[in-house]
Ligand binder design. Structure first.
Ligand code: MN
Ligand code: MN
Length: 469
């Protein structure tokens, strides 16, 4: 009698309870091998594309190698044609024209390619007590204490007054120098360590050490700074004033690495959100003649609120869709109303060391697959779009029918803080949208961690979304 009751309960549980087993128990060895193989390419992307400009360059090369050509709005396109639009070398859109074009709406997959970092100030270089230093202005949400004593590389562009633009990368190769923000030794840090973190490390503490040798032994002041400027002039033909027309940034100099004895995870700078941008890019190049036109957007400025002409508050995406709509004899607003979007962005993976920040019933976990985040925001669901029940059902149905490993996640405890993604800006265009992406440990730190399986399942989710009839 007891045995039978138990088995009835077990049966009913299997029918009614959500299956919350660890994802590794749900997928076969073949799937895990495929995930490991997919992540070889991802690790390479991480090392090649540390800034949005480098990610755009990588995306253009990948797109061209896979039959995409630059969009020309005066040309007419057929189903299966592949085009891309480069927005100022800082954001890119890739479209695969569908059999129905834009008539039933478009499918949007949008990830961001900017990551938190230390931008150089417009006038960065100074000498203090015979050390050459650079002032930075941090970009995005960082915990400032994490950035001192981390080897940094300089990335970006300098635009000269003659109109020429130079790419700058220093600190990535083993034979190149790197840079560093210094910190106070513990012996003398009694006062520093008694302060709250927001006071102990401020934006003006994030000064980067860039040199220490003087130009020569002249009695002139600022000879160390002069020596640095001379090196920059010889290499790039730039003067101090040219820093004013530059986008230069300091990012962690280290490369992506496997994490764990079992090599199940990847540690890297800037997983958020290249860990979704790469799967989205791969899904775009693997998509052949979809039902509706598929548009992959790798956008900029997400980490600072999506403002600016390369961010999702800009009209650039809607303008492109309007061009595609016009070619189909459609109005943009009618296309948007029928469009669907996966906002491909990360969520915070449950961290046992900081368990109290999470609410476990609703937290996402490493190795449980792509995470669907119905809403982000903060407080009483402020500053977010909340995906509708109907759209959630549609996405669940899609993922299950393609056997994608997925989970759901909320960003930490209610009132624990909060955050946002580009989802709300797409929702504001009157499209259906939900966040889907990869759980990340140590999000926004110089070295973030993700699971290889979750990266691959995010690719599979996006590919399923693009190719679904
Ligand atoms: Mn993000
Ligand atoms: Mn972020």
């Amino acid at each position: 009698m007891m045995e039978q009751e138990k088995s009835q309960a077990k049966q009913l549980k299997e029918k009614l309870f959500m299956n919350r087993k660890n994802g590794m128990t749900k997928v076969g060895a073949e799937e895990i091998t495929k995930a490991d193989e997919f992540c070889v390419g991802y690790a390479e992307f991480l090392n090649k594309a540390k800034t949005e400009r480098e990610a755009v360059k990588y995306a253009i090369q990948t797109a061209q190698a896979n039959g995409f050509s630059e969009f020309d709005r005066t040309k007419s396109y057929q189903a299966g044609d592949k085009v891309y639009v480069n927005n100022r070398n800082q954001a890119i859109m890739l479209a695969v024209i569908g059999r129905n074009g834009t008539k039933n709406g478009v499918r949007l997959g949008i990830a961001h390619i900017d990551s938190p970092r230390l931008d150089l100030k417009p006038n960065p270089l100074y000498e203090s007590h015979s050390l050459a230093m650079m002032k930075t202005h941090y970009y995005g949400g960082i915990k400032k204490y994490q950035w001192p004593t981390v080897p940094l590389a300089l990335h970006g562009v300098v635009a000269l007054k003659d109109g020429s633009v130079m790419d700058v990368t220093v600190g990535e190769e083993d034979n190149e120098p790197c840079f560093v923000v210094t910190d106070l030794l513990p012996h003398l840090a009694v006062e520093q360590m008694s302060q709250v973190m927001t006071k102990a490390f401020t934006g003006e503490h994030l000064n980067v050490l860039v040199g220490s040798r003087p130009f020569n032994t002249d009695e002139e002041s600022e000879n160390v700074k002069l020596n640095i400027l001379n090196i920059l002039f010889e290499k790039y033909g730039m003067t101090e004033e040219d820093f004013l027309s530059a986008d230069l940034t300091m990012v962690p100099a280290f490369r992506s690495r496997d994490v764990g004895f079992d090599r199940s995870m990847i540690g890297s700078y800037g997983h958020d959100d290249r860990v979704c941008a790469y799967p989205a890019l791969m899904a775009a190049v693997d998509t052949e003649t979809p039902e509706s036109t598929v548009i992959t957007v790798l956008t900029d400025r997400e980490e600072i609120g999506s403002d600016g002409n390369t961010g999702m508050k800009s009209t650039y995406m809607a303008d492109f869709i309007a061009d595609l709509a016009k070619a189909d004899g459609m109005e943009l607003r009618h296309v948007m109303a029928k469009s669907t979007c996966l906002s491909a962005d990360v969520n915070a993976a449950f961290d046992p060391t900081y368990a109290s920040a999470f609410e476990l019933n609703n937290a996402c976990c490493i190795n449980n697959g792509a995470v669907i985040t119905k809403y982000t925001g903060s407080g009483g669901k402020y500053s977010t779009s909340d995906a509708s029940a109907e759209y959630m059902a549609k996405i669940r149905r899609l993922l299950d029918s393609h056997h994608v490993l997925w989970q759901t996640g909320e960003l930490g405890k209610v009132d624990g803080g909060g955050g946002g993604t580009i989802a709300k800006f797409v929702a504001n265009l009157n499209a259906d949208v939900v966040d889907l992406g990869v759980p990340v440990l140590s999000m926004h730190a110089p070295f973030e961690v993700v699971s290889k399986l979750d990266v691959y399942e995010t690719y599979r989710a996006l590919y399923a979304f693009y190719s679904e009839e």
